[in-house]
Write a new protein. Structure first.
Length: 446
């Protein structure tokens, strides 16, 4: 059997690994990757001789996929958890504690955002349960539309946007409720009479389990192990340029005839490849927009007195260029042991990828200046790394779940073809790994 996986990100690597595990050495497995390396938007660089992730650095620890993969690959000793410090939100030119008892920044009551928003907004939240709620069961709206109407614009800009910016590099205006906040949509579908009650019903139960996890030596450890275990023939710097059906399977240009194909590619690439064989599916995939971002990693003197917080998120409308800072040496205990204090600055939101056009020097200068502003410290980096992510994160717009159901239904009608990736059922690393596993299972079931 000959199978090609198009796309060498975490979704494609997991799919390849699952296929190899199930089919063994007789499988002829090819991995196509248009970049010069595998890993997609997971990339581990080096600073002061130590690994540092320049893409995603953490995963949701309460999902099982990544710990399970690490155990399968005998890498469980790589699993680390944050120190438990909480982030700040920079709003109105000052730092505020990240509100507690919120769902992606949406408060379950006025006390959660007291001090972050003004008195009129607090009153609006307090009286929200007395106003009739319009919600169409099974429907969808943007997060901004729902939260802005019920709680006001300040909650959107100062509490919700900073968190959505971190997850999707997006804004509340570009993200739909049903895909990004499924438990909230479920509570509203179940008849919650107001948003306050719906948020309270949707909040996860209290738990002492770590919210996030990471890898001590960076994601490259997992990527390398997956590649080694999958043992595909890897073709980097090679883009798939065409996909056609044949009497016995598929043809993928420039690879040739194969029995099955997994497209673990960004939505626009998937749309192009599906254009001739599944035009309806291609049309849906083409509607999914992408957001670009950039990461600047700064190595500071080890004794730099950074705030005792995990990071600083920036509200919409502030004069800063950066959208967030991760104080990695405060957030992760294993970073605290290093000879430099590590800080990651993030730039770029959906609809504004201007920072990606700046030079490396300008990005570093903006990161240093903005970090000085939010910490009140003279920031003097010893070293810096810059990583750009063009089209790195899909936007889960209102109606996303319906569109993805249509897309997957259309692809399901094509034997020997499967899709995977961050644009389907979640942008996080565990969700991408799950999509790779599901794609492999679809191929194996045929």
């Amino acid at each position: 059997m000959r199978v090609v996986v198009v796309g060498g990100g975490i979704s494609g690597l997991v799919a390849a690994y699952r296929l190899r595990t199930a089919l063994g050495p007789e499988l002829e497995l090819v991995l196509l990757e248009r970049r010069d390396r595998v890993g997609g938007i997971l990339h581990t660089g080096e600073m002061a001789g130590e690994p540092v992730d320049l893409g995603a650095e953490a995963f949701v620890g309460r999902r099982p996929e990544i710990p399970a993969l690490l155990a399968e690959l005998d890498l469980s000793e790589q699993l680390v958890h944050p120190a438990g410090r909480r982030p700040l939100i920079w709003s109105g030119g000052t730092a505020h504690p990240l509100p507690e008892r919120t769902l992606m920044g949406i408060p379950a009551g006025p006390e959660a955002v007291a001090g972050l928003v003004d008195a009129d907004t607090l009153e609006r939240i307090t009286t929200e349960p007395t106003r009739p709620l319009r919600w169409e069961r099974g429907g969808d709206v943007t997060v901004a539309e729902l939260v802005g109407d019920r709680f006001g614009a300040q909650v959107v800009r100062r509490s919700v946007d900073p968190l959505l910016g971190g997850v999707y590099a997006g804004r509340a205006e570009s993200i739909g409720v049903r895909a990004a906040l499924p438990t909230l949509a479920a509570a509203l579908d179940a008849g919650a009479p107001n948003l306050t009650r719906a948020v309270a019903d949707a909040l996860p139960p209290p738990s002492t389990a770590p919210v996030f996890g990471g890898l001590r030596d960076g994601y490259r450890v997992l990527l390398d192990a997956l590649r080694e275990a999958a043992a595909p023939k890897v073709e980097t710097d090679t883009a798939a340029t065409g996909l056609t059906r044949t009497a016995t399977g598929w043809r993928v240009d420039p690879i040739g005839a194969v029995d099955a194909v997994i497209l673990a590619t960004p939505a626009p690439v998937t749309a192009t490849l599906l254009g001739a064989v599944a035009p309806a599916a291609a049309a849906v995939a083409a509607t999914i927009e992408l957001s670009s971002s950039a990461v600047v990693a700064l190595g500071l003197p080890a004794d730099t007195p950074l705030p005792d917080n995990s990071g600083i998120l920036v509200a919409t409308g502030e004069s800063l260029r950066a959208k967030a800072f991760t104080l990695s040496s405060r957030k992760w205990p294993h970073f605290a042991e290093r000879d430099v204090a590590l800080v990651r600055a993030s730039f770029g939101r959906f609809g504004d990828d201007t920072p990606l056009s700046w030079s490396d020097e300008d990005l570093v200068a903006a990161a240093v200046a903005d970090l000085s502003t939010v910490t009140g410290l003279p920031i003097r980096p010893q070293t810096a790394l810059v990583q750009r992510w063009r089209g790195g994160l899909p936007q889960y717009a209102a109606g996303h779940t319906t569109r993805i159901a249509e897309l997957e239904s259309a692809v399901a009608a094509l034997p020997g073809l499967a899709i995977a990736g961050a644009y389907l059922h979640g942008v996080g690393v565990p969700a991408c790994a799950a999509s790779g596993t599901a794609a492999a299972q679809r191929i194996l079931s045929r």
